[in-house]
Design a protein around this ligand. Sequence first.
Ligand code: CA
Length: 338
Amino acid sequence: MPATSRSRIVADVDFDRSGRQHGFLRLFHSVHASAYGFIPIPIVVLRNGDGPTALLVSGTHGDEYEGQVALCNLVKSLDPARIQGRVIILPAANFPAAMAGRRTSPIDEGNLNRLFPGDPDGTVTEQIAYHIEHELVPMADLVCDLHSGGSSLMYVPSALFGGWQRDGSSTKGVAALKAFGSPVAYVAETNQGGARTLSGGAARQGIVCLGTEAGGSGHVTRDALSMVQRGVNNVLVHLGILPEDARIAPDAPTRFLEVGGPDYFVYAPENGLFEPLVELGEMVRAGQPAALIHLPETPWAEPATAHFARDGFVLCKRVPGRTVRGDCLFHLGTDIAL
Ligand code: CA
């Protein structure tokens, strides 16, 4: 670790040692039941010789399981003798949230992906964010932050690059997104250097961060898992950490989408029960009804209707039926040539 580190988290792995190591980031947390204890955030480091470093993260949101399963598999399957460089794997970044199967931490309600750049003297979740942005990200040439829709959303399994810039300057991120090789991938301009996400933190360090929205609904599908596993593998090949013959050819060319501003999103206009009028993967038109919100307490009342504000591809859909005003029901993507 750099001598200037202000992070209070201590890693019990040596990032410069060759071979495979596993251990914990020790986040000291003095509570009634454990005066001198630490929160053990698992970390795995594989290194062989000199070369680029990939930082692979999941469990930033604890109820997003596809990336966590993919990285649990990768930890066992990746042979350090086969790599050139270094792979740092953090499968349960917000460890308390991951253990609880929740988006946010049960300790401090922290949403890790809204707390970057973090605070070395802050809450548990702020300390994790600070350590990732200031200790782990600077070691990396590329970061993968593996998300999905979690408990409340379901995505068409996708890879994404949120640091995209419309002026065409973000060529490294676009090249990595193409290398990922998912059936659907999207770009957005939301994760630039000001963002409170891990992707924003990587942007502050000048490092490309790819993400996924691998599915969701609080479960894992074979399709979503294979998309993540293939994509991570192919990004390691893209970086030169794995040899070219390790590349897994995609089943189909990638469909690239853009996710833009507020008109891409549909929100619940009322409290009630969400009846979707379209499904994931459909093409919709501006003005088309997206959902009805029913009022079971007065079932004779007309439901409220939510509409799509623009044309697009239905990329993301809300899962729970019970809904309150302001919940995101859908978001769209629009086809783009990259
Ligand atoms: Ca997420």
